[in-house]
Design a protein around this ligand. Sequence first.
Ligand code: ATP
Length: 199
Amino acid sequence: MLIIGLTGGIGSGKTAVSDRFAALGVPVIDADRLSRELVAQGQPALAEIAAAFGPAVLTAAGELDRAALGRRVFADPAARRRLEAILHPRIRAAMQERIATLTAPYVVLVIPLLLETGQTDLVDRVLVVDASSQRQRERVRQRDRLSDERIEQMLAAQVDRATRLAAAHDVIDNESDLATLDSAVAALHANYLKLSARS
Ligand code: ATP
């Protein structure tokens, strides 16, 4: 099965694109969603996180306090690496398990940090959703009501646009409106079906 790795910066439109693939009947596996499942109560990864970072990253009910964990690792690269060492191998294994259950011409893996975490070996093609940083800022600001400072920090924590584009086999330009996105996804879908029939 052909494996497409979909990535892009914050607010570039990864969810908008993956929703459109899903609507065309394509299986979509989302690394962020898997990550949230892996830290649900009772999961071994949650116990490991609590052991590594202490009870301050749990809510009173014993669930992961994502905001507290985010604050804990944001400015501390060693802590961030420790968290990644707990989560990334599990996310990777969970993605591979799900892929193994599928029968489809191709699958889309949504991995926001595909390039940053060096996971391109998992995929056959890298699909980048591209938008200018101006558009990214506008969309994130409107969707999440985050401060400008927080948005700038998030943008700075990701690879830059040129690096991402250089790693792409395919690019979806998402600078324009959603109708334009519909046709871009439909065209790629036709292309991926062709490619998967060939391999
Ligand atoms: P994140 O990395 O932050 O999760 P994302 O890359 O998944 O973001 P989306 O959530 O798909 O990005 O898009 C960000 C916001 O911009 C959403 O509110 C979405 O509805 C909107 N959006 C995406 N593409 C377009 C478009 N072409 N026209 C108008 N709005 C758009």
